[in-house]
Design a protein around this ligand. Sequence first.
Ligand SMILES: [Zn+2]
Length: 119
Amino acid sequence: MQTGSCHCGTVRFEVDSGIEEYRRCNCSICRRKGAVMVTAKKEDFRIFAGEANLSLYQWNTNTARHYFCKTCGIYTHHWRRSAPQYGYNLGCIDGIDIEDYTEIPMRNGQSMSIVSDDE
Ligand SMILES: [Zn+2]
């Protein structure tokens, strides 16, 4: 199991699965955010501290729910009911070396915007 947190440490989460499927995305929110996102199944992802300190941001068709810490502003995760699955911020995971992740696939989320329901 892995644990992760926002920058100020208020929001903490745990993930049962490993870092297997990760990507950046070129859609309008992800290109601004710049985070590397890891996919997790619904049952594998849990917020265990600071849930009340999360802000929710939704846009476009409101299918994806983007969460970030109210205090430090760090994106921790999002939920996509259309998948359904979580995506979480690789950089939030405790103890990883971000330099181990140099080959990062780019997802074409831009092509799904407006007409679709994606992040
Ligand atoms: Zn925070």
